[in-house]
Write a protein that binds this ligand. Structure first.
Ligand code: ZN
Length: 249
């Protein structure tokens, strides 16, 4: 089984389309989407429609999906994120807002080996930033391989017995980082963010998993950042959201 794993698209259609051009429908069997389809960038409707057209096998909500569809208030958001959420609530069509509001919360068991969540398997909004967080998340995971998002930083935590190894793809490095899946190890993998990467690498980030080859790949794809930035500015969204795309943080 070949999986395509997408996370934290955040209304960035230029980045999403660049990823989908690199990972066309015939290149995978199952599509998994880890939440935060909208919020921050200027094309939330296009992103929601594109994702639903692809009929994902599993899709869950992120914290921005909740706030931007009115499921939750923006009280926990910083000023810029709150401003973007208010813009997105107005921009989403009623039909798309309803689709976003109805996204289920994670975690979701995809099959006997794979699970997805937005933040962690024990709480959809909790961040995994370091080894301690990763240990708690791995303790709570239901499957050998758990894909998570939320931090916008691609990373692989690999636990064998009590030994935890961390693999950080090098910012600006090769387009593909390979993680081989071994029977006795457990995996907590962040594919990184498509729409707003924060590891100082401005390229869109996503992952693939081929269960037959026992191989996970975290992949980077360049896209037209200038177009995404222009759309953000023209939409009247905070300009800092355009600026940070160029920094990759
Ligand atoms: Zn996010």
């Amino acid at each position: 089984m070949r999986f395509l794993i997408l996370s934290d698209i955040h209304g960035n259609i230029d980045a999403l389309d660049a990823v989908l051009a690199r990972a066309p429908r015939e290149s995978y069997d199952r599509l998994l989407v880890l939440g935060d389809l909208v919020g921050y960038c200027a094309n939330p409707n296009e992103v929601v429609e594109r994702i639903f057209e692809l009929e994902p096998d599993a899709v869950i909500r992120g914290n921005h999906d909740k706030v931007c569809s009115g499921v939750e208030s923006a009280d926990n958001f910083n000023r810029i994120a709150g401003e973007a959420a208010r813009w997105t609530i107005k921009a989403l069509t009623p039909a798309n807002k309803e689709r976003v509001a109805k996204l289920p919360s994670g975690p979701t068991n995809v099959d006997k080996d794979v699970e997805i969540c937005h933040g962690t398997p024990f709480d959809e909004d909790t961040y995994v930033f370091d080894e301690d967080d990763a240990t708690k998340a791995l303790d709570a995971a239901h499957r050998q391989i758990c894909f998570f998002g939320h931090t916008h930083v691609p990373v692989a935590y690999v636990r064998k017995a009590s030994n935890l190894t961390v693999v950080h793809p090098q910012p600006g490095g090769p387009e593909t980082t390979v993680v081989n899946v071994l029977k006795r190890s457990r995996y907590l993998i962040n594919p990184g963010s498509i729409g707003q990467p924060r590891d100082t690498d401005q390229r869109a980030s996503y992952a693939t998993y081929d269960s037959k080859k026992s191989r996970i790949e975290i992949r980077r794809v360049p896209y037209r950042i200038d177009l995404a930035q222009q759309r953000i500015v023209e939409a009247g969204l905070p300009e800092s959201l355009a600026f940070r795309l160029g920094l990759g943080r």
